[in-house]
Design a binder for this molecule. Structure first.
Ligand SMILES: NC(=O)C1=CN([C@@H]2O[C@H](COP(=O)(O)OP(=O)(O)OC[C@H]3O[C@@H](n4cnc5c(N)ncnc54)[C@H](O)[C@@H]3O)[C@@H](O)[C@H]2O)C=CC1
Ligand SMILES: O=C(O)C(=O)Cc1ccc(O)cc1
Length: 371
């Protein structure tokens, strides 16, 4: 019999997971919780009805008791609400149910879980993908393609539950990464939470110093828009993140403040060389992201090709590579945020094969992306 999945919180991430599940397992059953809409979000009811109409959800419930038949429950509301639901679910879930969350902070919820009778059932989760958009209407079934999906089991977590959840993550084409919750919170403070605060502060700085005609804002060009895109994200979600990861955020925000202070010292004529070095160093490290993106995992050698006709493209590319004796580990079309129309992803066993393929594709005028 197919599994039953439960969702509490059904916006961008919850909706995307549900869509990805339905794609991988069309016969499974999905139950979603509808809270009292007056206290939460007035358009949640419409989102759930739309998801039911689209056959993504089979049951909408206003009672948590309905989650007693679930095999996996996903908590997909803001971080503090997820903790409240975890506590409420303890007396409801069946013994072999996995409870996981998708919140951007893991320490708090994992600490609470370890004090509950469901400690063996709980595994913290954090898909490292998303966007500034919110709500089910922006949910995408391919959001998790090739994305890291961090799992933070407690010492009490039953190992077979972790194995099952890892398999689930792989089934939606994401890459599971196991981390300690505290380590997770420190890393994401540096690479996600502080950058978010910087983006919002930058927008506020412009707002506070713009004239009444909003001249600065009207003239804002690509660079400002790129660096501040994430400032358009859900305010409640980011308030919850900051409330639950204060210490790590303070640490990295202070380090950032020190970096800005040091930079200010470079704005004098005798520091011209150091000023150049500042930008050279940053550029060099930023440009290394494609190579280091899989740094904490086993290395993958992959590239992406623009394709015209999906079905014919795979056969054509595969035979081109085979005729030059270049072996491939994996090949397939992917659709994700970065490549909206889809591209062909090709994975190689080693760097030599990948470099040979790049030369070959260039000779055949393919557009190649590496990342
Ligand atoms: N937005 C992103 O890019 C990412 C978000 N996350 C995490 O995912 C979680 C959900 O975020 P999104 O889906 O982006 O936000 P969203 O705003 O699109 O969806 C959240 C949903 O939860 C519902 N909700 C809010 N409070 C609730 C409550 N007390 N009870 C039941 N439902 C409630 C809202 O009505 C909404 O439908 C957050 O914990 C966030 O930290 C994780 C990775 C990426
Ligand atoms: O929009 C983006 O680029 C993001 O970085 C989205 C995001 C937001 C919160 C997370 O915990 C993870 C990813």
């Amino acid at each position: 019999m197919e599994d039953t999945y439960g969702f509490i919180g059904f916006g961008l991430i919850g909706g995307s997971i549900a869509k990805a599940i339905k794609k991988a397992k069309p016969d499974c059953s999905i139950i979603a919780y509808q809270p009292d809409h007056n206290t939460i979000d007035s358009h949640i009811e419409n989102s759930l009805l739309l998801a039911k109409k689209e056959c993504i959800i089979q049951i909408i419930t206003t009672s948590l008791e309905a989650f007693s038949c679930c095999d996996i429950i996903f908590l997909c509301a803001p971080v503090l609400s997820n903790i409240e639901y975890l506590e409420k679910l303890t007396t409801i879930v069946k013994p072999d149910c996995i409870i996981t969350d998708v919140g951007s902070v893991k320490g708090n919820i994992c600490n609470v879980a370890s004090s509950l009778s469901v400690c063996k059932n709980f595994i913290g989760g954090h898909p490292m993908t998303g966007s500034e958009k919110t709500g089910y209407e922006n949910a995408k079934e391919y959001l998790f393609e090739n994305a890291f999906y961090i799992l933070t089991p407690n010492i009490d977590t039953k190992p077979e539950f972790l194995t099952r959840l890892k398999q689930f993550v792989q089934s939606i084409n994401a890459i599971p990464v196991i981390l300690d919750a505290k380590e997770h919170d420190n890393i994401v403070a540096a690479i996600s939470h502080v950058p978010h605060i910087i983006a919002s502060s930058l927008v506020s700085m412009i707002k506070d110093n713009d004239d009444k005609n909003h001249t600065m804002l009207s003239l804002a060009a690509g660079g400002f828009k790129d660096i501040t895109r994430i400032a358009s994200s859900s305010p409640i979600m980011w308030q919850n993140i900051c409330l639950t990861n204060k210490e790590s955020i303070q640490t990295f925000l202070t380090l950032y403040k020190d970096t800005i202070d040091s930079f200010l010292q470079l704005l004098v004529p005798e520091k011209e060389k150091e000023l150049l070095h500042f930008f050279e160093n940053a550029k060099e490290y930023r440009d290394s992201i494609p190579a280091s993106v899989n740094g904490i995992l086993s290395k993958t050698y992959e590239l992406y090709l623009d394709i015209i006709d999906e079905s014919g493209a795979i056969a054509l590319v595969a035979s081109l590579l085979a005729s030059h004796k270049i072996s491939i580990k994996n090949i397939g079309i992917i659709h994700n945020r970065e490549f909206q129309d889809g591209v062909l992803r090709i994975e190689f066993y080693d760097i030599i094969a990948m470099e040979q393929a790049i030369v070959l594709f260039q000779q055949h005028n393919y557009t190649i992306y590496e990342r």
